[in-house]
Design a binder for this molecule. Structure first.
Ligand code: ZN
Length: 192
């Protein structure tokens, strides 16, 4: 089972509802823990090679290291055509005309509100955990840029992923496992 299918399966099971809506807060946390366990079971004490197979692991490593060295250029000129196409497809339906091959991002300032908005746009206003699309932000329900490594100072694009407010409250436990899980999603999303 790939992580991608795993996410899809979870979304199907929940019929677009969040864990909390379906099960209440306490149960939702338990389920979140179970999911984390499932992810970590593949990972725990194992190398990426053992977990995912050598080819996939090497790919993942390559992508991650490339991304971290390119992190400031995530919106810059260094995109491959493939990545550009991916971003452009992700952007479809969003009202973001400002992405001109990244040129407008030169002199970028590390302002989290701005970054967070760009992450939402990049992820096409979709929570990457429950897969729901939230275009209108309300107090009750909003999208947020989640720090994959839980380091709020690490605002590199490869470290940020869009989550809805409800899912974001679930990922505050079993942090290590979620970190692995979201990193895998990021790697997969660049593999298309
Ligand atoms: Zn969500």
């Amino acid at each position: 089972m790939t992580t991608k299918n795993f996410g899809k399966e979870m979304a199907k099971l929940r019929k677009g509802k969040t864990f909390i809506e379906l099960y209440g807060k306490k149960k939702a946390k338990e389920i979140g823990k179970k999911i984390s366990k499932k992810v970590s079971k593949r990972q725990k004490g194992k190398t990426w090679e053992e977990s995912w197979g050598e080819e996939s692991a090497n790919n993942a490593k390559k992508k991650l290291s490339k991304r971290s060295s390119n992190q400031k250029n995530m919106l810059g000129k260094n995109h491959s055509e493939k990545t550009k196409k991916l971003f452009s497809e992700q952007r479809k339906g969003s009202k973001n005309p400002s992405w001109k091959g990244g040129k407008s991002k030169e002199g970028y300032s590390w302002n989290f509100r701005k970054i967070s908005k760009e992450i939402r746009e990049r992820d096409n206003y979709q929570c990457k955990l429950c897969k729901r699309y939230i275009k209108t932000q309300t107090k009750k329900e909003f999208l947020t840029a989640h720090h994959i490594d839980y380091n709020k100072l690490n605002n590199s694009y490869s470290n940020l992923i869009t989550l809805c407010s409800k899912c974001n409250s679930i990922v505050n436990f079993s942090r290590e496992e979620w970190e692995i899980y979201f990193n895998k999603i990021m790697v997969d999303s660049n593999d298309n």
